[in-house]
Design a protein around this ligand. Structure first.
Ligand SMILES: [Zn+2]
Length: 407
């Protein structure tokens, strides 16, 4: 899952102070947090430590729009981002995530009666979710993703799904669908309204097509201090209000925006319209709440950051072996943001494609859970609480019981 819908190069901060919200085009925008020198891509696979340490870096300066609640990185430069075969962001190696994806697929199939229909997925990654939708509903699928690499070892078991290794665009307007879905990609797009207008134009007159988008929930990041979700790749952060606003400005009527996955995701369902302004956006979400939380964020982040620096120092003095669980964006960002994180020797990941590689920016080797049988860590940093049970079970299987600490 993730990303890959990059569009034309764009930089927001052309002149000092001249900020303009990319969603609602007002200038009621204020900067509230900044972090320098983070890897441009957390999920890039680095095959040596040297390569991992030398990854290109960029700066994040987050601004919030008081009018629509949209948050974005004013220093983002899309010309530095290209997604290709070296980008790996699949989450479905986790049972908890697979469970969620499957129940979501069943819900969409039932709600939109997607049986023997055509499904189009933008930024489909390795096609896991698209195949689920097609297998569970006996549908035909077409996916687009520039980072897609065909896995020939599995044979051609999904003859009803085709994946095109390219960015989705208007050149594919002839591919009509009953459902267009796009999960965890819009947050990588610096001009979401421009992107959605392109999708809407490509849909043409297909007004029966259902549209489903899923993105990280900006309010969860601010409120629950899920700071590890702030990464350079994510130039756009959506609250419910801003997400609905994007769609209603792009020719869609918004049917619903809901929080999913313990509040970590926002999902949106919409229908294309041609003649009426879209849907529910006026009543959805509360931009003022986002602005309030954003104003508190820098202070809260500083406290959290200091707490972790102190904790790392105590573990260092105790000569404790510390590993981080998860080499996804959260784990890699924790290592890059946190003072004292050089204490961490290894990063564990259950995704076999990541094992043997090195964490972008900080260079720790990525190992399998089995590796820990001999390494025997005393403390394991868990970067997403939702996986705690799964991680405890994995340690049970190798008969270890280290302290699990959630960040
Ligand atoms: Zn705005």
């Amino acid at each position: 899952m993730c990303s890959k819908v990059g569009t034309r190069p764009k930089s927001y901060e052309k002149t000092a102070g001249g900020l303009c919200c990319p969603v609602c085009a007002t200038d009621e925008v204020s900067v509230f947090w900044e972090m320098r020198d983070l890897p441009l891509k957390c999920n890039v696979l680095c095959s040596t430590r040297e390569e991992a340490l030398a990854v290109p870096r960029g700066d994040i300066r987050l601004a919030v729009c008081h009018s629509c609640g949209f948050i974005y990185n004013t220093l983002f430069n899309a010309s530095t981002m290209q997604y290709d075969a070296g980008y790996e962001n699949a989450l479905h190696f986790s049972a908890r995530f697979r469970e969620y994806a499957e129940s979501l697929a069943r819900r969409l199939i039932d709600k939109y009666n997607l049986r023997q229909k055509d499904i189009l997925e933008i930024a489909c990654g390795d096609g896991y979710f698209l195949r689920l939708l097609c297998e569970l509903g006996n549908n035909r699928g077409i996916g687009f993703d520039p980072s897609y690499v065909e896995d020939t070892s599995k044979g051609n078991t999904y003859s009803n799904v085709a994946i095109i290794p390219d960015y989705y665009g208007e050149q594919y307007a002839d591919r009509k669908a009953d459902l267009i879905c796009c999960r965890h990609a819009l947050e990588h797009v610096p001009d979401p309204v421009g992107f959605l207008r392109m999708v809407r134009r490509a849909m043409g007159e297909c007004r029966d097509t259902a549209v489903f988008f899923e993105v990280p929930n900006a309010l969860f990041i601010l409120r629950d201090l899920s700071v590890w979700d702030i990464i350079y790749e994510h130039c756009s952060y959506f609250s419910a209000a801003a997400l609905a606003k994007c769609f209603s400005r792009s020719g869609f009527a918004v049917e619903a925006v809901t929080e999913e996955y313990d509040g970590q995701f926002l999902s949106l369902e919409a229908q294309p319209v041609t003649d009426r302004p879209g849907g529910l956006s006026a009543e959805l979400g509360n931009p003022a709440e986002v602005v309030r939380e954003a104003a508190l964020f820098a202070g809260r982040f500083g406290e959290k950051s200091q707490k972790w620096a102190d904790r790392m120092e105590a573990l260092r003095r105790a000569a404790e072996r510390v590993v981080v669980w998860g080499a996804g964006s959260k784990g890699v960002t924790f290592l890059n943001m946190m003072k004292g994180a050089d204490l961490v020797e290894y990063v564990v990941d259950i995704n076999p494609r990541k094992q043997g590689m090195f964490a972008a920016g900080t260079g720790q080797r990525i190992v399998s859970p089995e590796f820990l049988r001999d390494h025997r860590p005393g403390t394991v940093v868990v970067t997403n609480a939702i996986y705690t049970d799964e991680i405890r079970n994995a340690f049970g299987r190798i008969q270890l019981s280290p302290e699990l600490v959630t960040v």
